[in-house]
Structure formats: structure tokens, C-alpha cells
Ligand binder design. Structure first.
Ligand SMILES: [Zn+2]
Length: 430
């Protein structure tokens, strides 16, 4: 890749390129990545030679779409064979929520490439030179590792609080907030929701702690529009932005219109495919397939992340031509009811239509057999008078039966996992 490819002087311009120019630029990057992987990574070399990739490489997106889609199991089976000899010196482990974690390598070249979209996302979220940002800590995600660099390059100051983003560290976070008074905060949505819930029970004056915060960039959960507004109103901050991505290279950020996060199409090429690997139309859900447009670090070409995602239809009115995509969750944040895959996001959309239920944690209960005809949803707190959530779940989600278990005073940590076995909270499954 030419050294100037990701230089800061043009990355704002690329946001507005006509899509034909952007696709042609992406095809050039795909050619470079494929050529690099074939030359350096034995796993890809043997996979693609079996698939009949020509010596000349890729001529078109059709050629690219003929490359096999790979999964984590393929990479685990290949062991060291899929690693790149030019891998960087910094290792990141994936979370391992869906089994054995992968260890990914990050080097200075790749870090440099991913700082640009982080700066762009922060700029979209309103970061301006001279601001102080309270950043997520610890840096457990590859994308989060770029945040400090991005803020420094945007001419801002960074602050961190002591501790992880767990329930035990809320006081440390709030103390730092009130002593630093940042105008910009990056954190996780589960941590914010846990703070709001605690404030409802303890005498916590959240709005005072967040005074002066103009933007929060939140990762970790796909936010529904109501949830985003709920957080904004409870914390009394200017705006809340959704940031998402995967360790394998997908990177997305909300623009100021919040009309589905934009893909940073200069660092990743994303596809949404059906069970047979064929592309699905915009607006339809499928599995997220990631290709990292960087011939550096751990190489991912047509990697099925297991996430459930859909492209948004049409162009965003903000003027940025990068396509938009919502990542709804992983298979472990969804359940099968009959033939339908129901995500925790879908359920929250229905639950939140009753405003009294906004901000309550909602979990899906997985049937022990792995498949059920009944959708079981656990909601914190007691039943509200006249609540018709079960009816709404049935009619909106097209399931034959929906059952709600009201958890009363039982509190469940807000987390990334949104599906549990009923036995964990003492209820029967199904
Ligand atoms: Zn936009």
C-alpha cells in the first residue's frame, strides 16, 4: 500500500466520493491485500489456490466474491498457518464469548491506518481541538487502542479513570468525571445503563456528574433510538453516538443524524450474506463478512464474524457516501424461535414501546434444547399496569407464543451477553 494511502490530508475528502470511485478504490485495496496475503500467509495461499484464484489476482468484485468465506474454526484449525510473518508486536485476544478466542496481532502500520477512522468518528461526534476526552479504560479492544492517538492528533487532551468498566468502578468513573470535567466521553453502553440504573436507587446525581459533557461515544451494544434518547435525557448530555466494530477489522460510527452507523469504508470492506454465502439486499439481515483493507497485522479476507447485520437502504442525508450498516448482535445474543432468529435488539425495540420499561434490563431465555416455539423474555422489575408487551412481541416478531418473566427486585448486570439459560436466574426454560 502506498505510504500516503491513509494520510490525514485526504481522508475527509474520501467521505464524499461518489460510490463508483469509492468501489474502484476499494477494489485496488482488495487486490493489494489479496496479493500480500498470498505472498506471505500460507493459509490463504493454499485456500485460494484450491479455489482457483488466478496468478494475476483479482480482476473484479466478482473474482473477490468467489474467494471462500472463512470462519474462526478455519483459523483455529490452521493454527500458526494463518498468521502473517509481518504481524505486529502487540497482541489482542478476542473476547471468546463464542468459544476459543483468537489472538490477533497489531503493528505500527495497522495502528496508523485505524487511527484515521477513529479521528473521523470522533469528529462526527463533535470533538474539537482543545477539548478534554475521558476515554474508555482499560483498552481491551483493538479499536479502543487507537483512541488516545486520535484525541492527541485532533489537538485534545486525554484522561482515564482507574479501573475497568465494571459495576465496582462506577465511583471511580464519576469522581474522574467531576474532577476532569471532560466535554467528550467514550465508554460502553452497558456501563452507562448500569450507572443510570444505580442512580435510580441510590442518591446519585448523574446530571451533575455529567455536567458539561457534550458527546458520549458508546460501544458494546447496538443502541435502539429510544435507548439512545433515554441515555441522553437521563445523563443530560448533548448527544450519544453509537460506535461499533469487530476485532477483525470492521469499524463503524454514527454520524450526527444517527441514521444507522456508517462503515469506515477506507479500512474495511463489509459484506452481508445468507446461509449459502450469497449477498443479501440492503435492508435484509444476514451474516457479517469482514475484509480488512490493510496489508498489515493479522489478515482477514472474507471472514464470517458470526454477527447478524444489515445494510441500511439509500444514502444518508449527512452527505457522507460511506454505506451504513447495523450490527444487531452475535448468535449468542439471539435465540431461535421456530424458524426465526430473534435478537435481543428486536426484543428491546418492542419492550421499549412501553415508556415505563425503558432502561430496564431485558434478557432472552434460551431453551435448553436450543430451539423452542415460545419466546421467553425476562424483564427487570414488576409488571406495569396494562402492559401489552407480550402481544407486541408476538405480532411484531411473528412468533406463536411470547412469555414474559418479571424479575421483580432481581438485578442482572448490564453486559454484552443478552441471552441466558433460565436456570441462572431460577426460572424454567420454555
Ligand atoms: Zn450520515
Amino acid at each position: 500500500m502506498p505510504e500516503t494511502s491513509h494520510a490525514q490530508d485526504w481522508f475527509e475528502e474520501i467521505e464524499r466520493w461518489p460510490s463508483a470511485r469509492l468501489r474502484s478504490w476499494q477494489l485496488d485495496r482488495l487486490r493489494e491485500v489479496v496479493a500480500h496475503a498470498r505472498a506471505n500467509v500460507s493459509f490463504y495461499r493454499s485456500l485460494w489456490s484450491k479455489a482457483g484464484l488466478r496468478e494475476s489476482g483479482l480482476d473484479s468484485f466478482d473474482d473477490f466474491a468467489r474467494l471462500p468465506i472463512i470462519t474462526k474454526q478455519d483459523l483455529l484449525k490452521a493454527r500458526g498457518g494463518w498468521a502473517n510473518p509481518c504481524d505486529g508486536p502487540v497482541g489482542f485476544s478476542t473476547r471468546g464469548t463464542s468459544g476459543e478466542p483468537l489472538l490477533l496481532w497489531l503493528g505500527a502500520t495497522e495502528e496508523e491506518i485505524y487511527i484515521a477512522p477513529t479521528m473521523r468518528g470522533f469528529r462526527w461526534a463533535g470533538f474539537a481541538p482543545g477539548m478534554t476526552a475521558l476515554l474508555m479504560s482499560p483498552v481491551w479492544h483493538r479499536l479502543a487502542a487507537c483512541e488516545t492517538h486520535a484525541i492527541a492528533r485532533l489537538g485534545g487532551d486525554c484522561a482515564f479513570f482507574w479501573g475497568s468498566l465494571g459495576p465496582d468502578n462506577m465511583d471511580s468513573f464519576l469522581r474522574t468525571l467531576t474532577s476532569v470535567r471532560p466535554r467528550f466521553v467514550t465508554t460502553t453502553a452497558p456501563f452507562l445503563l448500569a450507572l443510570v440504573r444505580r442512580a435510580a436507587h441510590d442518591d446519585l446525581r448523574l446530571a451533575e456528574a455529567f455536567r458539561g459533557v457534550e458527546s458520549i461515544v458508546a460501544v458494546g451494544l447496538p443502541l435502539t433510538p429510544r435507548m439512545r434518547e433515554f441515555l441522553r435525557a437521563r445523563l443530560q448530555v448533548g448527544d450519544v453516538f453509537e460506535r461499533s466494530g469487530t476485532q477483525e477489522g470492521a469499524a463503524l460510527d454514527d454520524c450526527r443524524l444517527h441514521a444507522t452507523p456508517h462503515i469506515h469504508e477506507d479500512v474495511c470492506y463489509l459484506e452481508v450474506v445468507d446461509a449459502d454465502g450469497a449477498p443479501v439486499a440492503a435492508g435484509e439481515r444476514g451474516r457479517l463478512v469482514v475484509t480488512k483493507l490493510a496489508a498489515a497485522g493479522s489478515i482477514f479476507v472474507r471472514y464470517d464474524t458470526g454477527d447478524i447485520a444489515a445494510f441500511a437502504t439509500g444514502e444518508c442525508e449527512c452527505g457522507c457516501t460511506f454505506r451504513r450498516l447495523k450490527i444487531y448482535g452475535r448468535p449468542e445474543s439471539s435465540v431461535m424461535v421456530g424458524e426465526r432468529m430473534i435478537t435481543a435488539y428486536d426484543v428491546r425495540l418492542c419492550v421499549e414501546e412501553n415508556p415505563a420499561l425503558l432502561g430496564r434490563n431485558v434478557l432472552l431465555i434460551r431453551d435448553r434444547s436450543g430451539a423452542s416455539e415460545v419466546l421467553t423474555v425476562a424483564i427487570e422489575g414488576g409488571e406495569c399496569d396494562g402492559d401489552d408487551t407480550a402481544d407486541r412481541l408476538r405480532s411484531r416478531l411473528g412468533v406463536a407464543r411470547a412469555r414474559i418473566v418479571w424479575l421483580g427486585g432481581l438485578r442482572i448486570n448490564w453486559g454484552f451477553r443478552q441471552v441466558i439459560d433460565g436456570r441462572e436466574i431460577g426460572i424454567s426454560n420454555g
